[in-house]
Design a protein around this ligand. Structure first.
Ligand SMILES: NC(=O)c1ccc[n+]([C@@H]2O[C@H](COP(=O)([O-])OP(=O)(O)OC[C@H]3O[C@@H](n4cnc5c(N)ncnc54)[C@H](OP(=O)(O)O)[C@@H]3O)[C@@H](O)[C@H]2O)c1
Length: 309
């Protein structure tokens, strides 16, 4: 009985040793050295190559190293009958809350203009509105979105949330479905995208959506790069329809050195670090899920591949 591991090469030895120590009863093999393919019962993967998982005929389940499963579903030859377990956990939720609050507060208090003022020795003495006068919108009220929205409520912001199905969350004015989108956006001065990437959400951050926002609104995208229509963003920043964009995720990662986003004065870039999985605790969660699955116990974060997230 063996497990196959597909992670970035730089970290694969570490992951292999870590998972092996947590799962001594299972042989943990690297993707490049799979051995007998029929031994492979479990796959623990980030962005496996297309057609790769199909070759393991005895595969019982796939673990996504991360909260999203889009990088697994991207494989057109994925064996759709094999269950997928995503990896979340308290630390990921905490990290995402930190990132979202950091940037919402940065935009809310105009920190960028204070830093610019310091560089030219200007005493930029302005009064910014308090949080209860600022509306923040959260797209996606799942594990990460709901937690970030709750923290924004605690900070005193007026918080709106949007999801696929109706939600009821303390302090959050909730909207749902395509019909509720324009209404949801109409008041959002800061918009945070924490959606999963699906056929429905691909390129959702586009010109029409920006026009539904109040003029000068700020965008934070921590979902996936494919949520954003890049040319529409540049156009909306040029007209002032959007005030700024803070982007953690990109269509191409790493973002190519010649990409215009790097030097745009209204774009802040972070390299997909909003909520990275900590291999130490992430590995523990993966091992726990695997052991529960094998023992027939309930497994956290089992996802329905057909729903797409
Ligand atoms: N940048 C980073 O470091 C980082 C780290 C981790 C995750 N992420 C991204 O964050 C995403 C969300 O993670 P999560 O754990 O919160 O996911 P989740 O628990 O699956 O929640 C997804 C949320 O999005 C909503 N949604 C899905 N499709 C929708 C649609 N068509 N229209 C409106 N709402 C829709 C869902 O609505 P319902 O509640 O009605 O189902 C749900 O509220 C991940 O998929 C990943 O792409 C990024």
């Amino acid at each position: 009985m063996a497990l196959i591991l597909h992670v970035r090469t730089a970290r694969e030895q570490w992951w292999q040793a870590h998972l092996q120590s947590l799962l001594p009863e299972i042989e943990c093999r690297l993707w490049s050295q799979p051995g007998n393919l029929n031994d492979i019962r479990y796959a623990v993967v980030w962005a496996p190559p297309a057609g790769g998982l199909r070759q393991f005929k005895n595969l019982q389940f796939i673990v996504s190293i991360g909260a999203g499963i889009d990088h697994v579903l991207a494989d057109p030859q994925l064996p759709m009958d094999v269950p997928i377990i995503r990896t979340t956990g308290a630390q990921m939720t905490q990290r995402m809350r930190e990132y979202v609050c950091l940037h919402v507060l940065r935009l809310h208090r105009g920190l960028d203009s204070q830093i610019r003022a310091q560089s030219s020795r200007q005493w930029h003495n302005v009064i910014s509105p308090s949080a209860d006068q600022r509306t923040v919108g959260v797209m996606g009220l799942g594990k990460l979105g709901a937690a970030a929205a709750a923290t924004l409520v605690e900070l005193g912001f007026r918080v709106r949330g949007w999801a696929r199905s109706p939600h009821d969350q303390h302090g959050v004015y909730c909207f749902s479905g395509a019909d509720g989108l324009a209404d949801f956006l109409s008041q959002c001065e800061i918009l945070v995208c924490m959606l999963p990437l699906t056929a429905e959400t691909d390129s959702i951050l586009n010109r029409q959506l920006f026009e539904w926002l109040p003029t000068g609104a700020h965008l934070i995208n921590v979902g996936r790069g494919e949520h954003l229509h890049e040319d529409d963003l540049l156009a909306a920043l040029a007209t002032g329809q959007l005030g700024s964009a803070t982007l953690d995720v990109f269509r191409q990662e790493p973002l190519p050195a010649n990409h215009p986003f790097w030097v745009h004065p209204a774009i802040t870039i972070t390299p997909h670090i909003a909520s990275m999985i900590d291999p130490e605790t992430g590995g523990q969660e993966i091992a726990r899920n695997l052991q529960n699955f094998v023992a027939g116990q309930p497994v956290a974060d089992l996802v329905d591949a057909r729903r797409g997230y």
